[in-house]
Design a protein around this ligand. Sequence first.
Ligand code: ATP
Ligand code: LTN
Length: 328
Amino acid sequence: MKKMLSGIKPTGRLTLGNYIGAIRNFVNYQDNYELYVFIANMHAITVAQDKTELKKNTKDLIALYLACGLDPNKVTIFLQSDVHEHAELGWIMTCSTYMGELQRMTQYKDKAAKGEIGITAGLFTYPSLMAADILLYDADYVPVGVDQKQHVELTRNLAERFNHRYGDTFTVPEPLIAKVGAKVYSLQDPTKKMSKSEENPKGTIDLLDDPNIAKKKIMSAVTDSIGIVQYDIDTQPGIANLLTILSSLTNESIESITKRYEGKGYGEFKKEVANAVFEFLTNLQKNYVDILKSGLVEQVITEGNMKASKLAAKKLRKVKRKIGFEIF
Ligand code: ATP
Ligand code: LTN
């Protein structure tokens, strides 16, 4: 079975973008791959986090992974900071990454270009840590939203660099980006990514939003005056975004949806999207509440951490031997 690994930062309440771009795919892949999914809390602290919030977001993220349908009997779910090998290999990767490579990473570049103050060294070097996350488990595939492609490409370069210098050690991974839903956009500005850290709450649907409020957010999503339900991301980004959302939640193809709406207006279409979101959130939140009550979160993480640690330790020992850290 091929291996697959991905992680999400516990930096806030998860959005529909995280579900559609990432978690939904993990769930679809869990039967056919050896899947590792983790909580990237060491990445979260590249930006200052409040202790109480971080703890809550971490627990919620684990519960939401489960509520979305990840099955702990099939998937190894673990907490990054509990597997110390990530930090160790992260440092080794940092030492084989060039400054120029990190300077080209959009996340850093955008913040630096905006003249943001207080950018940490961690935010600058975090793609090297991400490479370590992936290489520790010899993942063949990394399912992510399109914004992460660049980081997986850097990981490939680092793996190849290491293999070339020290002999075959790491599997060179490939990003896996879904055809539909690789990027879900803000409902208020459909040219911008829907993001956990977005300021305008009307543009974002949180997985833990009251389903009635979420419904209203869809109904007031920005569209256009063309009046035809069709997929054109350039001229009708708002409608394209709603089509992506509906298609992802119902598994009906975009072509089939647009066909059903031939000659019909936006009002009816928005209503269908709003109902699909309402239903999805209602079911998800019921699962989430049950999971939090059940004590499953702690059990899943304890078991997942053990499994991940075992694999990571083995890999790190091999790396240390290769680079000359092991002297006897
Ligand atoms: P932040 O706003 O704190 O940067 P984020 O919402 O971008 O966070 P991450 O934790 O960085 O979330 O991303 C987790 C996963 O979700 C990644 O695979 C990322 O590509 C995916 N993802 C995040 N936002 C979207 C989106 N709007 N559309 C599709 N995929 C997304
Ligand atoms: N950098 C990613 C989260 C992340 C990740 C990973 C994703 C950290 N390590 C390894 C896939 C594989 C983000 O910001 N979304």
